[in-house]
Design a protein around this ligand. Sequence first.
Ligand code: NAD
Length: 350
Amino acid sequence: MPVFSHPELDAHEFIAFHSDPASGLRAIIAVHNTRLGHALGGCRMWNYASEDDALTDVLRLSRGMTYKAALAGLPQGGGKSVILGDPRKDKTPQLFHAMGRFVESLSGKYIVAEDSGTSVADLHLMAQQTRHIAGVADAQAQASGRTGDPSPATALGVFIGLKSAVKTGLGRDDLNGVRVAVQGLGNVGFRLAQHLHQAGAKLFVTDIYPPAVERAVQELGATAVGMGEIASLDVDVFAPCAFGAILNDATLPSIKAKVIAGAANNQLAQARHGQALFDRGIFYAPDYVINAGGIIDIHYEGAGYDVAVVNAHLEKIGSTLSAIFERSKLEQKPTAAIADRMAEEIFLGH
Ligand code: NAD
């Protein structure tokens, strides 16, 4: 497994590998850039097919966090960690205690949070061993009903970003009657659908989990559609909220929506698909910009959490996206490339 010549190494500041035979922990922490502050990023637990896959994943994810934090206007850098293991079978308190000690050993250069395969409960176990942890609601927050789950803020941020994309792409100031296809009704997608419904949008939804679809039909008057149809529906907006790489060679030619604005990470299968969307005149809200609500929320987690302050910060997702669309038009470049450039101007300082 090459490390120094790894294609995803980019300009990573450091990578730490750790194995703890007593608990069975095998984990990697990658810190991409700390110019703006300590690196913050989730801990993913996944049954990787190989160690190489785990390294590739952590490097890509931590780089992404640098860009995301920079454009979200947060004083922090990008990092990420992965635990090699099956989140359905291999979780034990000892494993997360060992992960907490691993995080602690880096003296705060990396701050761990929740990600796919890990939960707030797992973070509480890590918190017994490290202070360098975010997204765990303290006692005061718990008393006010918050759990540390960033999904509500992510959904609100996506809603704000979607409105901004609709304004630019469709020239509409409101969502009344705007047709939106939501793919995936999980923690973020369902909440996004609720916001959209309240704003008067007409919803088309799909999910592999039928009860979620049924709930959206009952509560939000949504129209249920097949999983294979959602990306090609004749709608105004396509909101991918399930999984990555949905904008690919197979889906792109049949997309009819003028705006793509959803929560899923890594929506473009490859960078060239961003160019293809631009060439077709489709307004794509770069994923890491529109779905930054979660890390914005985590930034404010802790004593003195003020909903008004968090919501004011979430509103900035809309203005950042407007600036990206404007510059994309001016420079005739895809929005994803513009977002990367704008992030680099912030975290590299030039
Ligand atoms: P989730 O697991 O709660 O929801 C995903 C939903 O997609 C589930 O309901 C699942 O059944 C559905 N799904 C899976 N495969 C599908 C398919 N083939 N067709 C239709 N539906 C399918 O996850 P989430 O927390 O809601 O996150 C959604 C996306 O947003 C993910 O890509 C995630 O990485 C990204 N994201 C989430 C957050 C957050 O705060 N939760 C923050 C940033 C980005």
